[in-house]
Design a protein around this ligand. Sequence first.
Ligand SMILES: N[C@@H](CCC(=O)N[C@@H](CS)C(=O)NCC(=O)O)C(=O)O
Length: 208
Amino acid sequence: MIELHTWTTPNGRKISIALEELGLAYSVHPVNISKNEQFRPEFLAISPNNRIPAIVDPDGPGGKRLALFESGAILIYLADKTGKLLAREGAQRYAAIQWLMWQMAGFGPMLGQVHHFKRAAPEKVPYAIKRYFDEAKRLYGVLDKQLAGRDYILDAYSIADIACYPWAMRYDWQEIDLAEFPNVQRWMGTMGARPAVQRGMQVPKPPA
Ligand SMILES: N[C@@H](CCC(=O)N[C@@H](CS)C(=O)NCC(=O)O)C(=O)O
């Protein structure tokens, strides 16, 4: 059974959603990053960058154990393992990887900076708040344009949608007005109606 090492954050939830969508059996191993559990030696042995999520698949390529960190790499691995949520070849495969990279390099990190400077920074830094909030709005605009006239980011539901959704679900933390991005708003409704997405968003259970 695949081990999922994760926490209650957007990057972690990408993987629980994918595992739920793919119907793969998995066990959940919470890594409470607010208690610095990501620095425990046993977790660092799997994820040397001390970040969740990470997986261990005892039945990896060639039947051998595979440990993997970086949510984008994990999504590609799980999709390739099952032959679902990512075309095996052709233009749609590269389009999905393109949007996955867009999320990994832009939508996630920039929204993460918005979360930090709007909610967590010990001092108010107006320059940083404006810089990252403006960039967040630009990125929401790019996503909105891509979603015009489509149910999902590409022709079919893919790991690109799964990568973006948990970050967009924190729109209230980002103080993003979804009414300005009607295609994103519609897509979030479509995504949120999927039972596997609903289950994946509850993993791991928040601490009591
Ligand atoms: N690029 C990484 C980012 C992972 C990441 O930033 N994870 C955060 C939680 S969402 C984390 O583990 N933070 C712990 C820390 O900063 O020490 C991925 O997508 O997997």
